[in-house]
Design a protein around this ligand. Structure first.
Ligand SMILES: Nc1ncnc2c1ncn2[C@@H]1O[C@H](COP(=O)(O)OP(=O)(O)OP(=O)(O)O)[C@@H](O)[C@H]1O
Length: 241
């Protein structure tokens, strides 16, 4: 079997005195969308941050394209081809959309063809090009955050809850755009609480609880198994009450 694009083996992460990740085993195959589900506080964001080197794994290994990246610093991990869209989006609200995009193109001027493609995926990035990013709606800001991450070709993009707090119509636009992104050769690791959205786009799924992966498998199998969903999603639902 081919080696996964990204794999985490026995990854532990401590934040100060807290032992947050407690032996995470995760494999992201090349291509498609892998979804990471789990209740609030399960450790999903910490997993993405540990992959990006924003937290350092205290134990275990992280491999990307056959290379051990566990001890690399964040800029080197980004240069290796991994982009990260944090839940907080990381956009500059005092700058225009154009300036936000220009800063995101780290290796030089924006490629015009690539920009056209991104603007076709997310039309507000064209419409509001000269507007201040601070004036965009929540959904448009989220689109800008994803656009920044993909303005240069990436091997893997980590996206943390891109539909959080968005209206259904905007969730649909975001989902359609991610589906088109998935048709390119970009692999997506998506943290998502919205199971309807996650199951409509996901190929593989992992479910976290208490800093560990408690389920790994195909998304189609989970979507078709109501009892398993109840068992696993119950973890999420309880936490929302
Ligand atoms: N900077 C920090 N300092 C201390 N504890 C933290 C810090 N960041 C996260 N944690 C704790 O780590 C645990 C996992 O948090 P994390 O944000 O990874 O969960 P999550 O699954 O992404 O949750 P959510 O769905 O709410 O975003 C939580 O108990 C959280 O309180």
């Amino acid at each position: 079997m081919a080696e996964p694009l990204l794999s985490l083996e026995g990854v532990h992460t401590h934040i100060g005195p807290y032992h947050i990740l407690q032996g995470v085993d995760l494999a992201v195959p090349t291509g498609g969308v892998s979804v990471l589900l789990g209740r609030n506080g399960a450790g999903k964001t910490t997993t993405l941050r540990t992959i990006m080197g924003l937290w350092t794994a205290s134990k275990g290994s992280i491999r990307f394209q056959g290379r051990d990246i566990t001890a690399l610093e964040t800029p080197a991990i980004a240069r290796a081809g991994i982009a990260y869209v944090p839940e907080t989006m990381g956009i500059f609200t005092d700058l225009t959309v154009a300036e936000n995009m220009t800063l995101a193109a780290a290796s030089g001027p924006i490629d015009k063809q690539r920009l056209d493609w991104v603007q076709d995926l997310f039309p507000p990035i064209r419409t509001f090009w000269t507007s201040s990013a601070g004036t965009l709606s929540g959904g448009q800001k989220q689109m800008l955050a994803v656009s920044r991450a993909i303005i240069e070709p990436r091997v893997l993009i980590l996206i943390d809850e891109p539909t959080k707090g968005l209206a259904p119509a905007i969730i649909k636009s975001m989902t359609d755009a991610l589906r088109q992104l998935k048709e390119t050769d970009t692999t997506i690791l998506l943290v998502e609480q919205n199971f309807a959205m996650a199951s409509s786009i996901g190929d593989d799924v992992a479910v976290m609880d208490d800093g560990r992966i408690v389920h790994r498998g195909g998304m189609a199998a989970l979507a078709a198994d109501a009892a398993l969903q109840e068992k696993l999603m119950g973890l999420s639902l309880e936490a929302h009450q």
